[in-house]
Write a new protein. Structure first.
Length: 296
């Protein structure tokens, strides 16, 4: 099947959805992070398409998808609505296997950890591969563990890598920087992340970045409510953790076994954009998990 693109509506937003591979095979949905588009998955998609039904989409505010008019339109509830809309369009009667990178993984963690109580998602997620991002609440848990254990160096190391989260809370300025210096930022990021001329960002990079800062503003880390943390998920989860992530330390993922009943972790000698620098590793890991779940 030749790759195709279509538009899926979600709460007033139009999502650009890309679909390829064999529709008779298991469906894999790959979701990108910040400040990316679906193009980030290019190499991985090429490797998966011969054996699977492969779907990507530009998240709201990125690439060819439309953007909400206000910060509230980037809230996690809206992002989950988008995922449901895409699943209804590409896999209405079946199970999908989810793969997320960076903010894409954060969105999918929210889906996986609530799927037992969300009728729209319950029974529709076959597996989840998370790359370069833990659940959003994990940051607060990590901080509490670090303080209790007096792991000050570990905490300081992560805080130093997360400086941009605070910077993105400043009104207006981050958008101006992305729009005015988008080209310079793109080149600098490609150089520091060792992506070189193979960097995947296109002409929408400045706009994607300016819109995407609202993901950080609309989804501040919150502690569990009065009901506490949700019950552990039964969805099989695979972590791909880059050892040299410039933004997230490997220690952030510790303790996830309390929230995931079936969890496997792969630590890789790579930086943040593993799907670009190690696509074969990612594709092999994803295919292996999907086949293990789909095996009769």
């Amino acid at each position: 099947m030749r790759p195709s693109t279509r538009t899926v509506a979600s709460g007033g937003i139009e999502l650009a959805v890309q679909e390829g591979g064999d529709p008779e095979q298991p469906t894999i949905v790959l979701l990108h992070g910040f400040p990316d588009t679906h193009a980030m998955w290019g190499y991985v998609v090429t490797l998966l398409e011969p054996d699977f039904h492969v779907v990507t989409y530009d998240v709201r505010g990125a690439g060819a998808s439309s953007a909400p008019p206000s910060r509230g339109g980037y809230a996690m509830a809206c992002l989950l609505d988008d995922l449901v809309a895409v699943l209804d369009a590409v896999c209405p009667d079946g199970v999908a296997h989810l793969v997320g990178h960076d903010w894409g993984a954060a969105q999918l963690w929210a889906a996986v950890l609530t799927e037992r109580t969300d009728d729209r998602l319950h029974g529709r997620i076959g597996s989840f591969t998370s790359i370069s991002c833990p659940p959003a609440e994990q940051f607060a848990s990590f901080a509490r563990r670090s303080v209790r254990g007096r792991h000050w160096k570990t905490l300081a190391r992560q805080l130093g890598r997360s400086w941009y989260i605070g910077a993105f809370q400043v009104p207006v300025l981050p958008e101006l920087v992305f729009r005015r210096f988008g080209g310079s930022l793109r080149r600098s990021l490609a150089r520091t992340q060792r992506l070189g001329s193979d960097a995947h960002w296109g002409p929408t990079f400045a706009t994607d970045g300016a819109n995407g800062v609202n993901l950080y503003r609309a989804n501040l880390i919150k502690a569990p409510g009065p009901g506490g943390a949700p019950a552990p998920t039964h969805v099989p989860v695979q972590l791909i953790v880059p050892k040299h992530d410039a933004f997230l330390t490997p220690a952030l993922y510790d303790g996830l076994e309390d929230r995931v009943l079936t969890l496997q972790r792969v630590d890789v000698d790579a930086g943040h954009w593993v799907p670009r620098t190690h696509p074969e590793l990612v594709a092999t890991a994803v295919a292996g998990l999907v086949r293990s779940v789909e095996r009769p």
